[in-house]
Design a protein around this ligand. Structure first.
Ligand code: C2O
Length: 539
């Protein structure tokens, strides 16, 4: 293994999309930012220098950060922000992971333009558990706003209303060739040769959109998600939520031609935006670039059956070499309701504001880092009384909007849930339909978990747990809680520190759909959090 050094200069750069230019905050002037390459077991050091007017932090989404929570990145959770003019070096070792992940800013809405890919290759000499592709391509899905994203969310928070949606989806930073404002350059043009295989490392870095992904005239074979190998399966459509990653093999089994790649939104209340479908092209060598492109029809935005079919096909590889180590005996059985509600707000447009909560607690961001408060025993920053179950039970998924429960007002608090080192946790995430049922891609920092169950309606401990898959459930770090339904996940708390859990739709995070686990040190020699680095930013 080796040490890899990267330098991330956070700088403003004037960028043109959709026929207009605006200054955006970037890493090294690029949108999307640079890809990090490393092998399993490598030590990665990224020196981040903040040259902009905003506070900044970077999160290495899905990297386990075993005992190195100081380098995880979420602002005020594991560190104070890197202030303008300041520098911080993230330093972590990649342990037991290989595949594709992403990095992104983890403060305000800066993630909109500060993000990029992480490629983790297997250890030298260790092959993939599938035939080696001819080439690997990083494909980053994102969103583009014509206006300033910080202004978009600030305005929403003042009014209490939902923020504006983006003006375009993007593939590798561009709306693509079908956009009326396409620059004709930039974006992804995948050059292939007939008969060869290509691995797409697809990342959903969008702020607020779950996305379908298709290639005209071609199937895709999924081999890995969230940097864990899966049983290969072939599909014509992928579904990727914000924060998720998928490695899929494209076999160039056509003789020639050009084929459209399409990334289109999946959500329950369809939005109509021009540029809703981001596009790119697969180009077979020997084909004239002026030849017609074979198009593909994106799934409708409410294509729940296509989404479910994809999700239900995911299984962990569970081979001898890569066994699925699903915890079987549970120390904690938790049920978290995730959903939206409304709270009174005298200064808001409607006299109320949209909030989001877990078990009716809307999380209040502290002004000091939780991990520092935990490590130095500083009181008054957080409490450890986060409820492991909903305060009241009601028909979570079934209520027509506005009918129940009687008290829809959420509590506010910086409440954490405490776990002993190595405790096993089963967590059922249950969507509520208090305002409207919605999908919630929930991300847990510091761990991978197994998705042992998933269903619609209210979770029934008695009936549903009998059907859990404890043999080869998919292992990941971000999971889509279905609208009006639930997922059950299991993990082992083998990583001491403070670990954020939140909806990866940035608007829901902002509204409070977040909480954190605090995992105490173990007693063994390698079971404690390392001491804080000397350059850790202060608040
Ligand atoms: Cu990718 Cu806490 O986020």
């Amino acid at each position: 293994c080796r040490v890899r050094h990267y330098k991330f200069n956070v700088v403003t750069r004037n960028t043109t999309r959709l026929c207009s230019s605006k200054p955006i905050v970037t890493v090294n002037g690029r949108f999307p930012g640079p890809t990090l390459y490393a092998r399993e077991d490598d030590n990665v050091l990224i020196k981040v220098v903040n040259h902009v007017k905003y506070n900044v932090t970077i999160h290495w989404h899905g990297i386990r950060q075993l005992r190195t929570g100081w380098h995880d990145g979420p602002a005020y959770i594991t560190q104070c922000p890197i202030q303008p003019g300041q520098t911080y070096t993230y330093n972590f070792t990649i342990t037991g992971q290989r595949g594709t992940l992403l990095w992104h800013a983890h403060i305000l809405w800066l993630r909109a333009t500060i993000h990029g890919g992480i490629v983790i290759l297997p250890k030298r000499g260790v092959p993939y558990p599938f035939p080696k592709p001819e080439k690997e391509i990083v494909v980053i899905l994102g969103e583009w706003w014509k206006s300033d994203t910080e202004a978009v969310i600030n305005q929403a928070m003042q009014s209490g209303l939902a923020p504006n949606v983006s003006d375009a989806h993007t593939i590798n930073g561009h709306p693509g060739p079908l956009s009326p404002c396409s620059s004709k350059q930039g974006g992804l043009k995948l050059q292939v040769e007939s008969g060869k295989k290509y691995m797409l490392r697809i990342i959903n870095a969008a702020l607020n959109e779950e996305l379908f992904f298709k290639v005209a005239g071609h199937n895709l074979t999924v081999v890995e998600v969230d940097a864990t190998y899966t049983k290969p399966f072939t599909t014509d459509t992928l579904l990727i939520t914000p924060g998720q990653t998928t490695n899929a093999i494209l076999t160039a089994d056509r003789r020639a031609g050009q084929y459209l790649i399409a990334a289109s939104p999946f959500m329950d209340s369809p939005i109509t935006v021009d540029n809703a479908t981001a596009t790119a092209t697969v180009h077979y060598s020997g084909t004239l670039s002026t030849s017609a492109t074979t198009l593909t029809k994106p799934p409708p935005q409410n294509a729940t059956s296509i989404a479910n079919k994809f999700i239900n096909s995911l299984r962990s590889l569970n081979s001898k070499k890569y066994p699925a180590q699903v915890p079987l005996k549970m120390d904690h059985n938790l049920l978290f309701t995730v959903g939206l509600g409304v709270n009174p707000c005298s200064t808001c447009v409607n006299g109320s504001r949209v909030v989001a909560a877990i078990n009716n607690v809307s999380f209040v961001m502290p002004t000091y880092s939780l991990l520092q408060a935990h490590y130095f025993n500083k009181s008054g920053v957080f409490t450890t009384d986060f409820p492991g179950n909903p305060p009241i039970s009601f028909n979570y998924s079934g209520n027509p909007p506005g009918t129940s429960p009687a008290n829809m007002n959420t509590m506010n608090g910086t409440r954490l849930y405490r776990l002993n080192y190595n405790a096993t946790v089963q967590l059922v995430l249950q969507d509520t339909g208090i305002i409207a049922p919605e999908n919630h891609p929930v991300h847990l920092h510091g761990f991978n978990f197994f998705q042992v169950g998933r269903g619609l309606g209210n979770f029934s401990p008695k009936n549903d747990s009998k059907k859990f898959n404890l043999r080869d459930p998919v292992e990941r770090n971000t999971i889509g809680v279905p609208s009006g339904g639930w997922v059950a996940i299991r993990f082992r708390a083998d990583n001491p520190g403070v670990w954020f859990l939140h909806c990866h739709l940035e608007v829901h995070t902002t509204w409070g759909l977040k909480m954190a686990f605090v995992v105490d040190n173990g007693k063994g020699p390698n079971e404690s959090l390392i001491p804080p680095p000397s350059d850790l930013p202060t608040c």
